[in-house]
Each structure stands twice: as C-alpha cells, then as structure tokens.
Unconditional design. Structure first.
Length: 668
C-alpha cells in the first residue's frame, strides 16, 4: 500500500492539533473527535500537555484513505519546541502548514515555512478556522502570498465565510462540496485564471502552448498541478474548518492525491555523497529524529526509515557513533499506543526501545552498507535560568535527572557557572524552561528558578608597577619571597619574566605566576575575576634558606594587589550577539527598545515582510527579553543569542554594580 508521511506545523493557536483530529475522523480512523481543551485528542495525551492545553511533543498519528497509508506528525506550535518541529519536518515527505483565517501569517508560520524551505519540503497550506467571526479567506491569501516565499495559489475557494462557511469549491473543476452560489462565478473565474497561470509557469511546454493561445485541457492541468506540488514548485491553499469539518474531506483527498509518497521523493543523500533509493529492497538506512523517555518503557527512539527493510533481531550500525545494535522489538506508534510489528519498511515511522546508544540525529544503517546522514541542525539556546534544588536530596538527584532530560531534548543545555557557582539551565524560551522544570518535578527533583547572576569581570586601563614582599620569621626556617612586577592592559592573559642577573632563581617564577593567578580571582573594585592582563616580572630578591615556592606565591599575589591600585581598574560586563526576527512593521519599535538596552545595532536584513536585526547587547539588558519581545510584536517575534565577549560598563552603572556587590560580600 502506498505511504505518505506528512508533518503538520503552524504557529501556536492556528488549530493544527484540532485539524489533525479532524483528518483522523474524516478518514474513519476514529469515531469521535477529541478536543484540545478537554485533553482528549489523540496527539496531546501526556499529563503535561493536558494540563497546559497545547502540544509539547510531536504526536504520531496513523490513518488510511483511498488505499493510502498516511502518517501524520502533529508538531508543537510553540517555537520553544523547535527540536520537535524540525525533527518532524525532516522526517516527513511533505508538510501541511496550517494558517489561521483570522490571524493570518505569524512568526511561527514563517519559522516552519523556512524550515520546510531548508529541507526542500513540498507543502499544502490549510487556511483553518474559516467558520470563525472575522475569518477572511481573500485577505489571508494575500497575506500568505506576501509573507511566505514561493508560488502560492488557491486550489479551493470557500463557499461562505465566518459562521456562513458551509463548503468549498474546486477552482479547476468548479465543483463544490455544496451548491456553488451564482454570485461566486466571477471570483471563481478569476481564481481559475490565476491558478492556471501559476500551473503553466511550472512547465515550459505548457507555458509555450498557453502563450500561443492553445487550450490546455483540465486533465493536463491537473497532472501538471500534481507534478508541481510534488516538486515543491507550487503550494496549494485550501480553506477548512477543523471544528465543523467543512473542507476536511477535500483536504484529505488533496493529501493523498497531490503530495509525494515516500517512493516518489527520490534518492536520499549521505554526507559523503552516497545515495539510497527509498525502496524496501535497498540496503537499510534510517535516522533518529526524536527521543522520548517513557516512565514505563524507557528510552523510545523514533526513526524514519529512508531505505530498505528492518526486521526484529537484525543487527544494525549506528554509523554516527560507530556501535552495532540489535533491536529485539520493533514498533509503530499511533497516538499513545505502541504496536509491535515484525518489520519496518522504507517510508515508515517506527520506534525502537531500550537501546542506550541512540541519540537524536543519529544514522542507522546496514553494517555491510554503511551510510551517514547529516545531523539535525538545532539553534543555540535563547534563555537561561538558575536552578536551586529545594533540598539536599534534590541536589543529589538533579544531575542524573538533567542528563535524562538533555538526552531526550538536545536543545536543553546545563552548565555550572565557574564564577557565580550557579547551576544554569538554558533552553529556547520561557515556556521551554517551564516545561523542563515540570519534567524535573515528575522525576522527583524539585527546584526553584531565578534570573542568573551576571558574571561581571574586572580589568585594567593603565600600566602600573608594584612590589610584593612576603617575609615571615618565627623560629627555625622563615619565609621570604620578593618580586617586582609590571602589569599592562592586553588581550587575554600573558606572563613573562624580565629578571636579569639571577635576582630571582628561575625555579620560583612559576610560583610567582600562581600567586598572580590567585590574586586575579578577586579584582580590586568588587571582587570579580580579572581578565585581559599582561604581567612581567621585573626584579626581586631571595634568601638561600628562607625562600620557598609558597613564599614567592604569596609575593606574586601581593605584588598584583598592590599594582592594581594604580592601574585604573574597570568593570566589564558580558555582551551577547542578538538576532531578532520579526515582521518589518515592528522595526521602529524594536530598534527603539534595543536603544534603551544599550545595544549596538550591527545591521538589518529585510526579507519580504520580515526583518532580521543583529545587535550586540549587554547580557544584563536581556534577562527578560523573551517576554518583552512578545509584548512588542504581539508574539510574532523570535530571537537567538550567542556570547560575544566583554565590554566596559558605563561609569554610572558600574558604581551601582560595585555598591551592590560590596553589600553582598559584607553579608556573606
């Protein structure tokens, strides 16, 4: 039986889970549609999803229609769960992009569209919620054409809009799911002319005949339309209401009749140029596109079989990590139900369980015919919180629990800041981190979160010289170390000796450097670590009996502390490279907001109706940027950050930071 794998993606709130439920119902896969708000849909079955009322992980749903098996991958709408979205789009043969007929194209729509572009994924656009007040098919169609790259064309028109939405009509054939009103003839004629022009532009032969005035038959147009959709040269738009079911049967027919099958997508290429035909008879290959940790089953690895056939008990190789595996059991998933199967064939989505050496993005292959596919590209984290275990027991368990979470979700990062000592969890946004904390609680680890401390540093802005002498006599051997050093501003850290005449034996120079490095851990202004410092040992003296490594280490530390007094110490703050992507209409507001954050705008890149702004911004000014960006753009903006070094803190702010730091040190 032919197979299709379709990822369903959208901005949060567009209704993709409800639409996925409607597709299952229309195909007969379920007898009653569940509701997101009731927690009864096939996709959103976890306790966390039911509690929040939205998708957190990709739901894998199976249905059959018109002799074709379709696997629907219902992805989360929140961009915070980008790992799920990109994994599903990558694992699918085509995408169903859901757009709200009330809200139109939003930042989440643009993101999933860009992901589909990246993987050259054919797609259909479902304009959902056509039954709602203020639904406007034609305005939203224009919005889609203006906002999203590529040839978009309406292949169906709505019969009625808003509460009057009662049917759809095929633009090519003129046949409607209900009687087509006579007052639609003009707009139907115009839509057909536009669609025909878009179709013939994808075929040189048809274009020539069309320009010469030759009549193109409906059969030829339908064949060319199907071919263009297969190749991703045309993106059809269809109006639907997932709630009432109007337009859903036609959408289901479009999925079967117009989207490519697994066999039709063509050879799949590995990183070294090898290819695999998407045939059950080719050597086996697959990619792990997501991991899940089930409390009862354990690790579940979701794979997309790109070629060949895998049977239970076969030995396969994880070519990404160079280990062989032998899955004893193979499964397919439908909602929350795992069903064991004897084999998995090319084009199918399967699940492997209880195999430790599997990670998201890994390639699996026949050991005799190895191949490796490129890894799943994921963005850097955009937000960080500090974790504070509630009890000592939670402290003991947090490491293992976080390891489990990060294995499941590689977009989560955990570090311990060596300067502040805080345990930091980074993710794609506040919702992502909130869900992660809830998952920790489900694993028996309770934590609170706070805004991370800023890891300020100190530096110097002038050269200075000073002596450090450590002399102590208390009976028997004493302690004696004496050195004179010069410190200068410079990139990074450097240490050298200019001692001549054996004033300090060479064996004590490493001890002086250790003393300098000890003193660098606490600067003169507020006790923050020092950086960008070049140190030269100029001179000194020693004692044949009383000098020792520890004495010269103490001398080096004293010399640096003394030199700092005249070196014009300054406070440094970490800065981040920020990239903000949002509709161009918010450019002025975004720039104005960044200016209040002491940002240095590096550039702006317009792309259609969207703009990307790049700026260098102090970390202290971005602590709550996720929420602020949502407010500025109406939840239509997205951003990413990367470390970008350190810069001087303005004097008026430095005084405030230093005062707060001194109060903190006094309390400790």
């Amino acid at each position: 039986m032919p197979t299709r794998t379709v990822s369903v993606a959208a901005h949060s709130g567009a209704g993709k889970t409800t639409l996925s439920e409607a597709l299952l119902h229309a195909s007969g896969a379920i007898t009653r549609k569940g509701k997101v708000e009731d927690g009864t849909t096939q996709s959103d079955f976890t306790d966390t999803e039911k509690a929040h009322g939205f998708s957190i992980q990709t739901g894998v749903l199976r249905l059959s229609h018109e002799g074709t098996d379709i696997t629907v991958l219902d992805t989360p709408g929140y961009a915070d769960f980008v790992r799920e979205i990109r994994g599903a789009v990558r694992a699918a043969d085509a995408a169903l992009i859901v757009v709200s007929a009330v809200s139109g194209v939003e930042v989440g729509t643009e993101r999933v569209w860009a992901t589909a572009d990246r993987f050259e994924t054919p797609r259909i656009v479902a304009l959902n919620k056509m039954d709602r007040e203020r639904a406007d098919f034609y305005t939203m169609l224009a919005d889609i054409k203006a906002s999203l790259k590529g040839p978009v064309a309406a292949t169906f028109l709505p019969i009625g809009q808003g509460p009057e939405f009662r049917g759809v009509v095929n633009v090519l054939s003129g046949v409607g799911s209900v009687d087509v009103p006579s007052n639609m003839r003009a707009e139907l004629k115009e839509a057909r002319e536009n669609l025909v022009e878009t179709i013939v532009e994808t075929d040189d032969d048809l274009m020539t005949r069309y320009l010469e005035g030759e009549e193109i038959s409906d059969d030829e147009l339908k064949a060319a339309l199907r071919k263009a959709i297969h190749a991703g040269q045309l993106y059809p738009v269809i109006p639907v209401s997932a709630e009432t079911g109007v337009g859903v049967p036609e959408l289901l027919h479009l999925l079967v009749g117009s989207l490519r099958s697994a066999r039709e997508r063509g050879p799949v290429s590995g990183v070294d140029g090898q290819t695999r035909e998407p045939s059950p008879d080719a050597p086996f290959s697959a990619r792990v596109w997501r991991l899940s940790m089930d409390p009862f089953v354990g690790k579940e690895a979701y794979i997309r079989v790109w070629s060949g056939t895998l049977k239970a008990g076969d030995t396969i190789r994880n070519t990404t990590r160079g280990v062989d595996l032998r899955p004893a059991h193979l499964y397919v998933m439908n909602g929350k139900e795992l069903t064991e199967v004897p084999e998995l064939r090319a084009g199918e989505i399967g699940v492997l369980t209880k195999l430790t050496d599997l990670h998201t993005g890994d390639t699996l292959a026949d050991p005799q015919n190895p191949i490796e596919y490129d890894a799943l590209w994921l963005p850097d984290p955009a937000q960080t919180v500090a974790l504070h275990p509630a009890t000592r027991q939670d402290e003991d368990k947090i490491g293992a629990a976080l390891t489990r979470l990060m294995e499941e979700d590689p977009t989560l990062h955990f570090t311990r800041d060596p300067q502040t000592g805080e345990q930091l969890l980074s993710g794609m946004g506040d919702m992502h981190l909130k869900i992660a904390v809830e998952k920790l609680a489900a694993l028996g680890v309770n934590v609170t979160t706070s805004t991370p401390q800023i890891p300020y540093r100190e530096t110097i802005h002038a050269a200075a010289e000073a002596q450090g002498k450590h002399k102590k006599q208390s009976g028997g051997h004493g302690q004696y170390g004496d050195c004179r050093i010069r410190i200068e501003p410079g990139e990074g850290y450097a240490f050298k000796s200019a001692v001549v005449g054996g004033a300090i034996p060479a064996k004590y120079l490493p001890s002086i450097e250790k003393g300098v490095q000890d003193a660098m851990q606490k600067g003169a202004l507020a006790g923050f670590p020092l950086q960008d410092l070049h140190v030269t040992v100029l001179d000194g003296s020693y004692h044949d009996v009383d000098s020792s490594d520890i004495a010269f280490r103490m001398a080096g530390s004293l010399a640096l502390k003394n030199a700092l007094e005249n070196a014009k110490p300054g406070l440094l703050e970490p800065v981040l490279l920020l990239r903000v992507r949002a509709p161009a209409q918010f450019t002025g507001d975004l720039i104005g907001d960044l200016q209040t954050r002491r940002a240095r705008v590096q550039g702006m890149e317009p792309e259609g109706t969207v703009i990307t702004i790049q700026a260098v911004v102090p970390q202290a000014e971005l602590q709550n940027y996720s929420a602020d960006l949502r407010s500025i753009t109406g939840d239509r903006g997205a951003f990413s950050i990367k470390p970008h070094g350190y810069q001087d803190v303005p004097e008026h702010l430095a005084k405030k930071v230093i005062a707060e730091r001194q109060q903190e040190l006094a309390r400790s």
